[in-house]
Design a protein around this ligand. Sequence first.
Ligand code: C5P
Length: 226
Amino acid sequence: DRQPIIAIDGPAGAGKSTVARQVATELGLIYLDTGAMYRAVTWLALQQGIAIDDECAIAELVNQCKIELTPSQDLQSPVRVWINDTDVTQAIRTKEVTSQVSAIAAQSAVRQALVKQQQIWGKRGGLVAEGRDIGSHVFPDAEIKIFLTASVSERAHRRQQDFQKLGQPQVSLEELERDIAERDRKDSTRKVSPLQKAADAIEIQSDGLSASEVAMQIIDYYQQRL
Ligand code: C5P
């Protein structure tokens, strides 16, 4: 017997992280950021000077690394991410990691290893898991499946605000829109577990909605269903 699982999938910048964290906090569930795991592996590969397309070396790397995610205590402090005992909480959010992560996430050895880990963590349920393939592949029996989207321009705006908040260098909206569209394309067209709305997922288009409004919709839905 396991506790309920809420799966939140969708493209880059749709607001999944903020929404997933709010829902988890409100409902007393654990928040699982699966994108952070793909980012951590990408960071490690870059740090070790492994070529992103060297699938053998990356497979070995992912099968030997240890990833830890420590849930944050409140909405203000970030979820801490560790790989092989190095705190990479901030390092995994750089432009360099962001631009390479889709290529790593497209490799089947990487997905197998990380999905297996996610399923172990999710065995007892009681979590809000966020990613691209959670409802379709990682937890196909999740009680609640949300597919969260927003237009490319809305997502670029949000990313720009995120960068501002983090005190990172300004990036133009055009460049952000291009990056987001490119990441959408890579994530949706890859052969292994592409980003895809599960047949039984509810789609929420979040243009013009705040994260709290989206979180409220999901919480209402959860309370009606369970
Ligand atoms: O959500 P976030 O932007 O941090 O995810 C980074 C990248 O990790 C995505 O662009 C995607 O390539 C990959 N990813 C994935 N499957 C997941 C979560 C993330 O392929 N479940």
